[in-house]
Design a protein around this ligand. Structure first.
Ligand code: MRU
Length: 360
């Protein structure tokens, strides 16, 4: 385990971080609609926990930490909808809110941050006094604030592992759009660019939903960071050219032995990276670490509507009658990962023992 971070004070975090996906107005949750970026920048306003659950399922908001944060605010909305004379104390509220919590919990299965954030909200209800409504709101705020701080810390820790002048390849979108701000893997890339360590950034398009093509290169562009988009199928060839030294990705769930679920296509990137002598860094807050799941074969992998593969922007591009299978995450075995970067520190060459040393 190492804990060498770039000097935080030397990094101009705000200069490289302008996008925010989640906004609490005091009455509603405004979500930057990631289905229509980059050409349309609109917010969807959610006024109930059901609307938040639907937005998570439809990928209006996406990315493991961001869906956890959105779900926490969903609980706040559910609490506001309870008539005062029904929920007279936290225990009564807890029972009344449970269906909303379960509905939010079921919105997506793979990212553990969703379950983790809802568990925090449940704990508040179990311990709060008469001010349980305000306590829930404070907890949602804390989850959001802590995520931003974790991302900045991980940025400094992860960038310190990258030698000056390096090229990096990232997958999916792990930036401000996927978090409270700054991002996980993209946070490391931001910090690496700010510190002069990252000289070249490549992003995969990330079929079928195109998180890389539609979101990552747009988000980096908002912050003035140059990035080159590649087709997913160009990754191994890129590695062979010597232009990248690190694959830097996020995670949806990291198991007790370091096996990591992330966007479909991460696993082949890790295999190709090992073949070409590149290193693989997984960057995720401790809210993504699931020490209760022993290994990656126990993770539920979300399968989404085959229409995401068969159509492009709502227009069918595959012959009628063709069947498609659309798993949207895969699991990278820990043996293919060189470093897991969390806000608590770095686990190098992760395995069950090294994970336990940091996460207990
Ligand atoms: O289906 P998505 O877009 O929610 O998947 C997102 C990813 O796989 C990210 O890499 C992961 O959630 C980390 S985001 C900081």
């Amino acid at each position: 385990m190492t804990d060498t971070a770039l000097a935080l004070a030397d990094l101009d975090f705000d200069r490289y971080d302008h996008v925010r996906p989640i906004r609490w107005t005091g009455e509603a949750l405004e979500l930057l609609d990631q289905r229509v970026l980059p050409f349309t920048v609109v917010h969807e306003s959610c006024r109930s926990s059901d609307e938040v659950a639907a937005a998570i399922r439809a990928l209006v908001v996406r990315g493991a930490p961001a869906i956890g944060i959105a779900a926490a605010w969903g609980v706040v909305l559910a609490a506001r909808a309870l008539p005062a004379d029904h929920a007279t104390d936290a225990a009564a509220a807890s029972a009344l809110l449970e269906p909303a919590l379960q509905h939010l919990n079921a919105a997506r299965p793979t990212a553990v941050n969703l379950m983790w954030a809802l568990a925090r909200m449940r704990r508040v209800l179990a311990t709060a006094g008469a001010d349980w409504r305000a306590a829930l709101e404070r907890e949602a705020q804390a989850i959001e604030r802590e995520d931003l701080a974790a991302n900045r810390r991980m940025g400094a820790l992860g960038a310190a592992l990258i030698a000056p002048g390096s090229g990096v390849l990232t997958h999916c979108n792990t930036g401000s759009l996927a978090t409270a701000g700054f991002g996980t893997a993209l946070g490391v890339i931001r910090a690496g660019v700010a510190a002069g360590r990252v000289a070249r950034v490549f992003a995969t398009e990330t079929r079928p939903w195109n998180q890389g093509a539609r979101l990552t290169v747009w988000e980096l562009g908002q912050d003035g960071i140059d990035a080159t988009l590649i087709a997913d199928s160009a990754a191994a060839h890129l590695m062979k050219t010597g232009q990248v030294q690190w694959v830097v990705v996020g995670a949806d769930r990291i198991c007790a032995n370091g096996d990591t679920a992330n966007k479909i296509g991460t696993y082949p990137l890790a295999i190709a990276a090992r073949h070409h002598g590149l290193k693989v860094m997984v960057v995720a807050p401790s809210s993504t670490v699931d020490m209760a799941t022993a290994s990656g074969d126990r993770i539920e992998i979300e399968e989404r509507d085959p229409a995401e593969l068969l159509s492009f922007r709502g227009k069918r591009v595959v012959a009628e009658g063709v069947r498609a299978w659309n798993p949207v995450f895969d699991v990278t075995p820990h043996a293919l990962i060189d470093a897991i970067v969390t806000e608590r520190g770095v686990v190098e060459r992760p395995d069950a023992g090294r994970m336990r040393a940091l996460f207990g």
